[in-house]
Design a protein around this ligand. Structure first.
Ligand SMILES: [Zn+2]
Length: 76
């Protein structure tokens, strides 16, 4: 009978202390990197392949270029 009580006590202690500890471990995940609100979309120059900010790119039709010179030179 005493053995049964000890087992019950052991199980109760395990649930009281181990389960919350395990729950903390599984919940403690690394925070996801914050999304930079200032991040801008980049586009690829159709001539040389360099990536430039969309706001600074020169566009012609569906193509983007890093500079006016590359826009004149056209697709490579
Ligand atoms: Zn270019």
């Amino acid at each position: 009978m005493l053995r049964l009580l000890l087992w019950g006590l052991a199980i109760w202690l395990a649930f009281k202390y181990l389960v919350p500890a395990l729950r903390r471990l599984t919940v403690a995940q690394p925070p996801s990197p914050p999304v930079d609100p200032g991040a801008q979309e980049t586009v690829r120059c159709a001539h040389c392949g360099v990536f430039v900010l969309r706001s600074e790119a020169v566009s012609e039709g569906a193509d983007f270029y890093c500079s006016e010179a590359h826009r004149r030179a056209g697709r490579s």
